[in-house]
Design a protein around this ligand. Structure first.
Ligand SMILES: Nc1ncnc2c1ncn2[C@@H]1O[C@H](COP(=O)(O)OP(=O)(O)OP(=O)(O)O)[C@@H](O)[C@H]1O
Ligand SMILES: Cc1ncsc1CCO
Ligand SMILES: [Mg+2]
Length: 266
């Protein structure tokens, strides 16, 4: 598996995929800088008039519903429709859906509208989408109980690769689950670590048809870059900058040295 991860990492750098990003206002700049450091080419195109055509010329679409309004919703609908027609991978980040129930309906509508390659949320968001009660505070998840089971269940229900983040991360296609143990709690002290992960996952999905490998590559790159950043600074402001630097520096040898994951059949 690690050899496939290395290939995806190298392919992002070589191909510099164009990523159509529809994300929240909070993390816009962080997502763009993270993608550039990782070797991809971000473009934040958020207007309903431009969304359909821009998705058509992109290599992947990242949809994050963290600060949606009617206009952004329409842009998302247009882009997801375009992605289905033009066979562009879509990474969907259901930010806040455990706290704001109408977002669950919007996500379900999107799942019917087009083919979604990966649903990626924190433990609370994935639990809420799978129909479980979730303990959250706004966009933050407060407990990890039953998250792996919810991730597997949602993957089976939606026939999609589902990624759930937290202290441990889970990737499932409903048949197996990959548990990733890298990362640092400092990610919970900066805003948008999950959103940045979603953006990076869009870059890896642009160059890999195997969405489990695409998800694993993004998780290892982000979480290991975070571990290395923490060694340089354990304060949030500087950690954020060091994280971007390490996302730029990260290479196959670093990934191979630090990766901590296991695969279970379900
Ligand atoms: N306690 C922790 N220990 C190690 N890594 C963590 C921890 N909490 C989160 N992470 C890592 O931080 C990243 C973001 O995960 P998190 O679950 O915090 O996302 P999120 O809540 O969606 O974030 P945001 O909404 O701020 O974008 C993931 O790569 C995850 O592995
Ligand atoms: C803080 C916040 N509020 C809406 S989206 C967002 C970014 C982290 O999810
Ligand atoms: Mg999130």
């Amino acid at each position: 598996m690690i050899d496939e991860v290395v290939k995806v990492l190298n392919d992002v750098k070589r191909k510099m995929p164009l990523i159509h990003v529809i994300t929240n206002y909070v993390v816009m700049n962080d997502n763009a800088n993270a993608l550039l450091s990782f070797g991809a080419s971000p473009a934040m195109v958020m207007s309903p008039e431009e969304a359909y055509d821009f998705t058509a010329i992109s290599n992947a679409l990242y949809v994050n519903i963290g600060s949606i309004n009617n206009e952004i919703k329409q842009a998302i609908i247009n882009s997801v429709s375009s992605a289905s027609v033009h066979k562009i991978p879509v990474i969907l980040d259901p930010v806040g859906c455990a706290a704001i129930k109408s977002r669950i309906d919007f996500v379900k509508m999107l799942l019917k509208l087009g083919s979604i390659s990966i649903i990626k949320g924190n433990g609370g968001e994935i639990k809420a989408l799978s129909g479980e009660n979730a303990n959250v505070k706004g966009v933050d998840s407060l407990d990890d109980n039953g998250v792996m089971e919810a991730c597997i269940k949602l993957a089976q229900k939606t026939n999609t690769v589902v990624v759930s983040t937290g202290k441990e991360d889970y990737i499932s296609d409903g048949k197996k689950v990959v548990i990733v143990k890298n990362g640092t709690p400092l990610f919970t002290k900066i805003t948008g670590a999950g959103c940045t992960l979603g953006a990076i996952m869009s870059a890896t999905s642009a160059v890999s048809d195997d969405k489990i490998i695409a998800a694993l590559t993004a998780l290892l790159a982000v979480n290991i870059a975070g571990e290395l950043a923490e060694k340089e600074s354990n304060l949030p402001g500087t950690f954020r900058a060091k994280f971007i630097n390490n996302l730029y520096i990260i290479n196959p040898d670093i990934i191979k040295k630090h990766a901590k994951f296991e695969v279970l059949k379900v």
